[in-house]
Design a protein around this ligand. Structure first.
Ligand SMILES: Cc1ncc(COP(=O)(O)O)c(C=O)c1O
Length: 361
């Protein structure tokens, strides 16, 4: 008998969320961002569910190759481009669309002998200060790329640092206009937050990730409110019930001590399954959890394979009671907020040992 933990992927939710994105950015094309194993949802599973997207954006050539081997003929955007000259052979063979974000990549392209010219994305650093050209270097790189027979088209791209926060996009939009406003070519600027919040960022191609997986990019606005449906639901069961006397502690470090006599459920889910370990501070109630559909909270320090939940409000809960850690009925964003993280991290951290199933509800 395997441990009762399992993750269910709702492929119907992925397809639905893509429609929500399309409705929010009408007339633009959509790169479905499927990097990091589709944010933990399974690359091929997500790609099949999101096949109505106009292309897939990811990082690893291996992931690009897996998509091609599975028969996907969509454009594939390599968000960090290529890393060394030898990669260009694979980029060529896969006919992927590399991002070019530094000069060495331009030089590698200049030296490359390709079978077919490539579409490339020129990454402009407008303030994120992670990847991309700035100032006069943008125009120089653009000119060099446009001259190459190895290059079919150059799309201008940037990435927002705070489209989900108070900083917004205005400064970065102004920086983009200043360095690239008059350059020809398509535009791709918007992540989920920008495309849902700022119409002016839509350009020609949007690049949503988190919204496709049914979580909200915004701290103050829930996914359901945005019309999104969770694609990942992590469930388990109670495998033991402890009765604590007032003052007794639970788990490593006794980080939670019972204020009164109380029942605690031990859940088969720990940090080795991908549950965030840094949940509650000392003796506070922790992350939200559903037990038999009833909301309660985790208590104590999350262990490798188990965590603990307060059963005070659930006198009927027992070994075998169903537990939802996040997903259907319990937004991952709420759990993330309680654990001081983001749903992105929780999704990506989901461990390979958790058995997976699929639904299309
Ligand atoms: C360059 C780029 N574009 C788009 C995305 C998608 O962002 P989000 O998941 O916030 O929609 C990412 C994700 O980090 C990214 O790095």
């Amino acid at each position: 008998m395997p441990r009762p933990i399992c993750v269910r992927f709702d492929t119907g939710a992925l397809a639905h969320n893509l429609q929500v994105v399309r409705a929010a950015a009408p007339g633009t094309r959509v790169w479905a961002v499927v990097k990091a194993n589709a944010y933990g949802h399974g690359l091929l599973r997500a790609a099949h569910a999101l096949r109505a997207a106009d292309g897939f954006a990811l990082l690893d050539l291996d992931e690009a190759a897996r998509l091609r081997e599975a028969g996907f003929a969509h454009p594939i955007l390599l968000l960090e481009g290529f890393f060394e000259t030898a990669d260009l052979e694979t980029v060529d063979a896969l006919h992927a669309t590399p991002v070019v974000h530094h000069l060495a990549q331009v030089e590698m392209l200049e030296r490359a002998a390709l079978r077919r010219p490539l579409d490339v994305y020129l990454k402009i650093n407008t303030g994120m200060n992670r990847l991309g050209f700035t100032g006069a270097a943008v125009r120089l790189a653009h000119e060099r790329l446009k001259r190459l027979k190895q290059v079919k088209s150059v799309t201008l791209m940037t990435h927002f640092a705070d489209a989900d926060g108070p900083g917004g996009v205005a400064d970065q939009m102004a920086a983009f206009a200043a360095v690239a406003g008059d350059l020809p070519g398509a535009r791709s600027l918007a992540n989920s937050a920008a495309l849902l919040r700022y119409r002016e960022t839509h350009g020609d191609w949007v690049r949503p990730g988190i919204a496709l997986y049914g979580a909200s990019p915004f701290p103050e606005r829930g996914a359901a409110d945005l019309g999104l449906r969770p694609a990942m639901t992590l469930t388990s069961e109670i495998i033991a019930v402890q009765t604590l006397a007032a003052g007794e502690g639970i788990g490593y470090g006794w980080r939670y001590r019972a204020a009164r006599d109380m029942r605690i459920g031990v859940v088969a889910c720990g940090y080795a399954d991908g549950y965030p370990r840094h949940a509650p501070p000392d003796n506070a109630l922790g992350a939200p959890v559903l037990v038999d559909g009833v909301p309660t909270r985790s208590v104590g320090r999350v262990a490798m394979d188990m965590l603990y939940v307060d059963l005070t409000a659930l006198p009927g809960a027992r070994v075998g009671s169903r537990v939802v850690l996040w997903g259907d009925g319990l937004p991952a964003d709420d759990v993330a907020a309680a654990c001081g993280t983001v749903s992105y991290e929780m999704f990506c951290a989901l461990a390979a040992r958790v058995p997976a199933s699929e639904a299309t509800a």
